[in-house]
Structures are given as structure tokens and as C-alpha cells.
Design a protein around this ligand. Structure first.
Ligand code: LP5
Ligand code: MN
Length: 242
């Protein structure tokens, strides 16, 4: 990756929040258009039930992606826990690349690990069990064979279950597990980790085998927008966008 990269996640874009869709369009036209690469680290959409969905109301979002690609910015998208069913068809139609979670890249002498962040929340055992089920290829294939209205109903029901479940879970359980963070970074040989999902933006210093490292957490797009950039001092910087 180059220093002219931007990182966002957890926009949860949905037709029900048109203000955020407009904010994303402005972000694309005013900020992202000047970047080499825009990394979208998951939960870009509120949920996704298959590339054959017409996704009424999301047209401006997809047009913005196409516009951005045409302006010369590469768009790299990683699945989140809401939009993991975004497939190759949607990517091709809207000119973005899908990257794996985790994704490893170099930035000069730094080794940067990108993740959505849900894989780091290993204390949330109920979620990890749920994740294993819905990330199963066969389960997904069967789900995608269902008629759209039924998929929509299942997705809404899962959202309801999740809202109830998260209201009972402690904040600590829903945060990343420090040991999992360190193990993931050590295994990848990374000195920088960038992720979203927890909606707790911040830059944390840590040590991996006595070497200084950083964990950068992206924020969500509820009150305002926000993104991560690399500034003129070559430092990672979280920036508010409103
Ligand atoms: O999303 P958020 O922030 O509210 O909470 C997440 C975890 N929840 C989820 C669920 C999503 O919100 C729902 C996504 C809908 C996707 C649409 C496509 C559906 C396709 C399905 C088939 C392939 O990710 C939440 C975490 C929280 O983050 C913090 O990390 O705690 O986890 C949960 O709430 C999960 C519950 O603890 C367990 C739910 C059990 C549900 C059992 C049904 C299993 C059926 C699976 C087969 C279809
Ligand atoms: Mn998430």
C-alpha cells in the first residue's frame, strides 16, 4: 500500500439513513477521490442478503463507488459480519476488489495487518459460534437459494436476535481479546493492525516480542463519518468527517 491510502469501516449504510449515504457520497467526492486506494474494512452496508438483491435506496452508494473507481482510486473491500454475502458479482458491477480477512500489506518498512475485527473478539463465544455457522459455504449456498423475501425476513430476524444479545453482553466481552490481537500480529509478522467492528476508535500502542507496535481502531459512521489516513509526518491519523 502507499502513503496515500485511506481506511474506513462500519458505515452500516442503509436506505433508512439517507443522511449517512449523502455523507459517504461527499466523502468520496471530496476526500477519497484524492487517494490511491480506499480500504473498506467491513460493515459497509447495514446487511447484505445476496448480489441478486435490487437493494433499492442504495443506488447512490454504488454510483459513488463507480465514480471513485473511474477517478482512479482503487477500492478494496473486506467483508464484515453484516455484509459477508457481498460477492464477486456486486464487486464486478461496482468496480471494487474483495480482499480476505486478514489481509497483510507493506507500507515502506512497516507490515500492516488489516482485519474487520470480529475475529479478534474471541471472548464473545456465542458470536464466534454463530460466525462459524454463517460463514460456512454450504449454509451460505442454501441461504442464497431462498427467495429474496425469505432471506430478507431471516436477516431482519438475525438483526433482532443480535440486538437483544448485544444488550445483555458486557462491553468487555464485545471488545477484542488482547492475547488474540498479539497472536494474530505475531503470526502475520505485523507491527501495525488496523481494524473496525468494535466502534471504539483509537490508536493503541503495544509490544509484540519487545518491539513497539500499534493497533488502530476505526470508528463507525453514526453521528459523523470518520476515516484513517497517513499524514504529512507519515503518522496514522484518525480524522472526523462531517
Ligand atoms: O452486528 P452487531 O454489531 O449488532 O453485532 C455483532 C454480532 N452480531 C452479528 C449478527 C448480525 O448483526 C446479523 C447480520 C445479518 C446478515 C444478513 C445475512 C444473513 C445470512 C445468514 C446465512 C448465511 O454479527 C454480535 C456480537 C457483536 O457484533 C459484538 O461483537 O456480539 O453477535 C451476536 O449477537 C450473536 C449472538 O450472540 C448469537 C446469535 C445466535 C443466533 C442463532 C441463529 C443461528 C442460525 C444460523 C444459520 C442461518
Ligand atoms: Mn462488524
Amino acid at each position: 500500500m502507499t502513503e496515500n491510502s485511506l481506511f474506513i469501516s462500519d458505515l452500516h449504510l442503509a436506505p433508512e439513513r439517507p443522511g449517512m449515504i449523502r455523507l459517504f457520497e461527499r466523502f468520496v467526492d471530496e476526500v477519497a477521490v484524492h487517494a490511491d486506494t480506499l480500504y473498506i474494512l467491513g460493515d459497509f452496508l447495514e446487511y447484505w442478503i445476496g448480489d441478486d438483491d435490487k437493494a433499492l435506496g442504495l443506488e447512490p452508494v454504488f454510483s459513488a463507488l463507480i465514480r471513485l473507481h473511474q477517478a482512479g482510486t482503487t477500492i478494496r473491500f473486506m467483508h464484515g459480519n453484516r455484509d459477508f454475502l457481498i460477492g464477486k458479482k456486486l464487486a464486478r458491477r461496482n468496480q471494487f476488489e474483495i480482499i480476505n480477512d486478514p489481509f497483510l500489506d507493506k507500507l515502506d518498512s512497516q507490515t500492516v495487518l488489516l482485519m474487520h475485527g470480529d475475529l479478534l473478539c474471541t471472548d464473545d463465544i456465542a458470536y464466534q459460534n454463530f460466525r462459524r455457522k454463517v460463514r460456512n459455504r454450504t449454509v451460505q449456498r442454501i441461504f442464497l437459494l431462498l427467495p429474496l423475501f425469505l432471506r430478507e425476513r431471516i436477516a431482519k430476524s438475525l438483526r433482532g436476535t443480535s440486538e437483544k444479545a448485544t444488550s445483555y453482553k458486557s462491553e468487555a466481552i464485545m471488545d477484542v481479546n488482547q492475547q488474540t490481537v498479539e497472536d494474530s500480529m505475531r503470526k502475520a509478522g505485523a507491527n501495525v493492525l488496523i481494524h473496525g467492528h468494535t466502534h471504539r476508535p483509537g490508536i493503541h500502542e503495544l509490544f509484540i516480542d519487545d518491539k513497539k507496535a500499534k493497533r488502530i481502531v476505526l470508528g463507525d459512521w453514526y453521528q459523523d463519518g470518520n476515516y484513517l489516513r497517513i499524514n504529512a509526518d507519515k503518522e496514522f491519523e484518525l480524522v472526523k468527517f462531517s
